[in-house]
Design a protein around this ligand. Structure first.
Ligand code: ATP
Length: 210
């Protein structure tokens, strides 16, 4: 149809336990550089038998995502994977978001790029979206591994990964949970409202502090 522009929609999924400034910076760069109309942040579901602890409640992870993007236009936090329950598959989420009038962009960090071809229905995933990656680290060895891997994807499957160009923020959720358990400060690593939420709800404390 003449003059018709497809809606550009981004999908950024993860455990987000908790969401941190690396996620937030990447999400904002993703929106800008891929010129997204909307970006869906989608925390994964957690199978009930894996919720070992108060801190593992998926609704906490969802709420922290809402707090992190409260003032960012165009970002929508979706509970579709949490509601679906069981193990979350990116394939199922992309099918759910696919529409004829929409171009889906799916972003992941460099660690995920390396294992992408092992994901459930990988060859269908790459038909449903434009894959995008963002660097997590300033490491030339990792950079070479990523370039080799995306070249392999291109040669084998004809799929081209787009790259988000941004200064990497070397933060992980594991590092944050560890710092909280050790009683260390996490300001500067997560948005202030997320730090407050973690404190108020006693998340990620060491065993003897619960
Ligand atoms: P954990 O330490 O618990 O494994 P994580 O920090 O890797 O968590 P996830 O929720 O597993 O965070 O990641 C969700 C998505 O965000 C993945 O695609 C991951 O590669 C990406 N990601 C995580 N941290 C960063 C970061 N610092 N910069 C860019 N992308 C990131």
């Amino acid at each position: 149809m003449e003059g018709f522009d497809a809606l550009r929609v981004g999908i950024y999924g993860g455990t987000f336990a908790p969401i941190h400034n690396g996620h937030v910076a990447s999400a904002k760069a993703f929106m800008e550089q891929m010129k997204l109309d909307y970006l869906f942040i989608i925390p994964t579901g957690t199978p009930p038998h894996k919720q070992m602890d108060h801190s593992d409640d998926p609704l906490f992870r969802l709420k922290m995502c809402e707090l992190a993007f409260a003032d960012t236009d165009g970002v929508i936090i979706s509970d579709c994977e949490i509601k679906r329950g069981g193990k979350s598959y990116t394939y199922d989420t992309l099918v759910e978001f696919s529409r004829p009038d929409t171009r889906l962009f799916f972003m992941c960090g460099t660690d995920m790029v390396l294992t992408f071809d092992k994901w459930y229905r990988f060859e269908d995933i790459i038909k449903l979206c434009y894959p995008v990656y963002v660097r997590r680290e300033n490491d030339p060895i990792m950079t070479k591994r990523i370039v080799d891997k995306i070249t392999e994807y291109y040669n084998k499957y004809g799929v081209m990964f787009r790259r988000i160009v941004t200064e990497p923020t070397e933060i992980s959720s594991t590092q944050i949970r560890k710092r909280v358990a050790e009683g260390k400060d996490i300001s500067g690593l997560v948005p202030p409202a997320v730090a407050e939420f973690i404190k108020q709800n006693g998340l990620y404390l060491a065993e003897d502090e619960k």
